[in-house]
Design a protein around this ligand. Structure first.
Ligand code: SF4
Length: 78
């Protein structure tokens, strides 16, 4: 399954949790906010688990083909 991951910079506070969990996928940019490096080598479940740890619910994970939102659930939707 292709996955699309986006970080909402209106929400990210640079806590680095996502970088800690998935250092190959996320890095902090010059503004101290998380940016996606690549979705390669990381499966959807790992992204969903990491997105669930983000204190700001700033990470959105979607099925790239269907557009189905895998995270966040509707009640946390930004
Ligand atoms: S865990 Fe969330 S708030 Fe922390 S750096 Fe990652 S996206 Fe930003």
């Amino acid at each position: 399954m292709g996955i699309k991951v986006t970080v909402n910079h209106n929400r990210c506070v640079g806590s680095r949790l996502c970088v800690g969990f998935l250092p190959d996928a996320f890095k902090l940019n010059g503004q101290g906010q998380s940016e996606l490096i690549t979705t390669g080598g990381v499966n959807a479940e790992e992204f969903v688990q990491t997105a669930g740890q983000c204190p700001q619910s700033a990470i959105k994970v979607e099925d790239a083909e269907t557009g189905e939102v895998l995270f966040p659930p509707a009640e946390l939707e930004m």
